[in-house]
Design a protein around this ligand. Structure first.
Ligand code: BGC
Length: 724
């Protein structure tokens, strides 16, 4: 595999062969929809990975279990040059480029057929950021040493399938599932339309497309596809250009068929270039808010932009009923589900740079609060319990018992995100309108989940799984207990605040939720009497970590691939190793609660025992190391996180797609770590922690609705410019 070329605004691949990897890296999205980065004229490397996903669009594959639906393929284009299929030609001088400024992907290469006829090919594709229902593809063909015929065809193909990926990371699924039924196709003179519905819930979608290009056009349709073919004559040295402009809608937007019909009409009067210009303008606006500039290392610069770019592509802007899955819209891994990855890893990026997007992510949780209430009942608990894996419903989607039942910190993680969002933005209306209700209902869950041991007058948290998923099912996990304690205190404070600030709204909420004043007393009692263990300055991960057997990590792990491929989970959970940070994770989230000595003690003890078998691990270690001033370690971990997908660090980018939590952790390591940003007692503070080789870093963040431009230069006091 040839390494990608990473420059400040471009990611380039010169390798035509490494298809699955490139399909992940060059995935495109606009938050509404996403497609993997396969070349339009090639079949995907894997049938289920030739995927087109719509944010928030799921369908049941088993009772109660959903999968992110693979939509009909609108990207495909085939062409025959002088009677031979382009797929049979030899590819040379290949260059695939992603322009991070505007999301345009270009494939440029030469094709040579058996007779030596050469053709210069360029294919370009983008999904519009300006109108998220639209996408466009352009094909430019230049015969270098021949003249002859072109037959180019493309349309919409509903013969796509899902391959729901098992949650157990060691099992490969081989059962393809057909999602679409009642497919209807409508050929039109220069394009066509396709509508379909999902088999079980009858969820409707529609797509339409329009072709333009010199030649004669003919559209055909069959049961599951509609295709337009252009026949043209190509002349040596002359470039032929064809365009395909696409509109997509689903039942979530209204009458999908009508929407794409209207969009198709609009598309008649526009061109690829015009659509691209509008989309690029929308990207420009987002970049103005979200860019991180680094002077001194072009590879780092391109890579941090790539991380940000993928976060933006995954964000369902304006859709408060969808969130961001662990692989965004780039792969069906984890059935496209939402985890704590969103609130803890990605949300800080949005809260600082695009507060409305952060709010929208939290609103998704508010919308699924009734499901969380119902889920708590199913787990025989009161209040509301958020699911470890959620989709368009808030019901548990995790198929493995120990994780799905016991990794309960997600509920407190969401509360933490609410606090962070409100503190950063000052958006008290959110707290009044839905945040307090969420905190109240979820706080009740902890009352049931902690066990009171009267002999000790303490509350234990039994049988939980912390962020270090190799801990088995353990007791008094430091991370979960600390987060739950904070959650209880936060909920009690929110209620006090609401009672005082919005007494009328509070009366309505108290009545709706059947709140009793003694509830908060109980919350505070639990918060005061939880069990957190320490030895000197060292906070212990849980009740059992000391009992585990030490492991010589170097003897077993020689690369960054997860150890569970070599050592079975049952054995792994009895070694004194961590999959990813746990105590350090909490310290990363709440640095103000610990002395430097405590963080150092945790680092010295846990970091050497951490396997980094989750992609969530590197960025958080980089953040903690940067704050501690451990520059070398911080750079080491940052590079792992920064290039996690770009350099295929975990060797699973090809087969799993882009790791969205790592993107968010990278941003946090860069801006909150090296960029020195923190909010202390409501005041924005910046420290200079620039790493070697970086002369200058610039970023822009919002605090309480006001944009702040930060510039940090080597050995100088950081500049904070408030844009009023
Ligand atoms: C990690 C979890 C994470 C999940 C989805 C797992 O491997 O251990 O922390 O939420 O992947 O990214």
């Amino acid at each position: 595999m040839r390494e990608l070329r990473i420059t400040p605004w471009r990611i380039e691949s010169l390798d035509p062969d490494d298809r699955s990897f490139r399909e992940s890296i060059f995935s495109q999205g606009n938050g509404y929809m996403g497609t993997r980065g396969y070349r339009p004229d090639q079949r995907g490397a894997h049938p289920a990975w030739r995927s087109t996903f719509l944010a928030g669009f799921y369908e049941y594959v088993k009772p109660g279990i959903t999968d992110l639906v693979n939509h009909p393929d609108f990207s495909g284009i085939q062409f025959r040059l002088n009677g031979t299929d382009s797929e049979s030609h030899t590819v040379s001088d290949f260059l695939q480029t992603l322009d991070l400024r505007c999301g345009l992907v270009t494939w440029a290469y030469n094709l040579t057929d058996r007779a030596g006829n050469q053709t210069r090919v360029k294919q370009e594709k983008f999904l519009s950021m300006a109108d998220r229902h639209l996408a466009a593809i352009r094909v430019s063909l230049t015969p270098v040493n021949w003249s002859g015929t072109l037959e180019l065809s493309g349309g919409i193909d509903a013969r796509v399938e899902n391959l729901p990926v098992s949650d157990d990371q060691l099992t490969e699924n081989v059962e393809f599932v057909k999602m679409w039924s009642d497919v209807r196709t409508e050929p039109r003179p220069a394009g066509g339309q396709l509508t379909a519905q999902t088999r079980i819930s009858h969820r409707q979608i529609a797509q339409s497309y329009l072709f333009s290009g010199k030649g004669s056009l003919k559209t055909e349709a069959a049961d599951e596809w509609v295709t337009t073919t252009i026949n043209a004559r190509l002349s040596q040295g002359m470039t032929w250009v064809g365009e395909k402009r696409i509109a997509v809608a689903s039942f979530r937007d209204g009458d999908a068929g009508e929407i794409v019909k209207e969009k198709s009409e609009e598309l008649k009067d526009t061109t690829f270039d015009e659509l691209l210009t509008e989309s690029a303008l929308a990207w420009e606006k987002i970049w103005k808010q979200a860019d991180v500039q680094l002077i001194g290392n072009d590879e780092w610069q391109g890579a941090i932009r790539y991380n940000i770019f993928q976060l933006i592509q995954a964000m369902p802007y304006g859709d408060t009923h969808a969130s961001i899955g662990a692989r965004g819209l780039t792969h069906g891994r984890y059935k496209g589900c939402y985890f704590w990855d969103t609130e803890i890893f990605m949300l800080p990026f949005f809260a600082y740079t695009q507060p409305n997007a952060a709010k929208s992510l939290l609103q998704y949780r508010c919308h699924t609060l009734p499901d969380a209430v119902e889920s708590a009942k199913r787990f025989s608990a009161k209040g509301a319990r958020f699911s470890w894996m959620a989709s368009d419903t808030g019901f548990e989607q995790c198929g493995t018992w120990d994780t799905g039942c016991c990794e309960i910190h997600i509920t407190a993680d969401i509360a933490h995100a609410v606090r962070q969002y409100v503190e950063l933005t000052g958006d008290e209306a959110f707290l009044r309108d839905c945040g307090t209700e969420l905190l109240l209902q979820t706080a009740r869950y902890w009352v049931d989940r902690f066990n009171y041991v009267s002999a000790e007058d303490q509350y234990h948290l039994l049988f939980v799984k912390g962020p270090d998923e190799y801990c088995g099912v353990t007791c008094d996990d430091f991370y979960t207990v600390s987060m739950a304690r904070d959650h209880l205190e936060q909920a009690a404070a929110a209620i006090k605040w609401m009672e005082k600030t919005y007494p009328e709204d509070w009366t309505v909420l108290a009545e709706k939720t059947g709140f009793q004043p003694e509830e908060t007393e109980k919350w505070m009692d639990i918060a005061a009497k939880v069990v957190l263990r320490r030895r000197g300055e060292l906070w212990k991960q849980d009740a059992t970590f000391d009992l585990l057997e030490p492991l010589d990590i170097q003897a077993h792990k020689d690369d960054d691939a997860p150890l569970y491929h070599k050592i079975g989970f049952d054995r792994l959970q009895r070694y004194q190793v961590l999959k990813q940070p746990a105590v350090l994770m909490y310290m990363a989230l709440c640095p103000e609660k610990f002395s430097k000595v405590e963080v150092e003690a945790a680092w010295n003890y846990y970091e050497p025992k951490t396997l980094h078998d989750s992609t969530l691990s590197f960025g958080i270690h980089a953040l903690v190391a940067a704050r501690l001033g451990y520059e070398e370690k911080a750079v080491h971990y940052l590079e792992k996180s920064l290039f996690l997908d770009l350099k295929n660090v975990m060797k699973n980018t090809a087969g799993e797609g882009i790791h969205t939590a790592s993107l968010g952790a990278t941003w946090q390591a860069m801006v909150l770590g090296f960029g020195g940003l923190s909010i202390c007692n409501g005041v924005l503070n910046v420290e200079n922690r620039l790493p070697p080789g970086i002369e200058e870093m610039r970023y822009r963040v919002f605090h309480k609705g006001i944009p702040h431009r930060i510039t940090i230069r080597k050995n100088q006091k950081p500049e904070i410019f408030v844009e009023i």
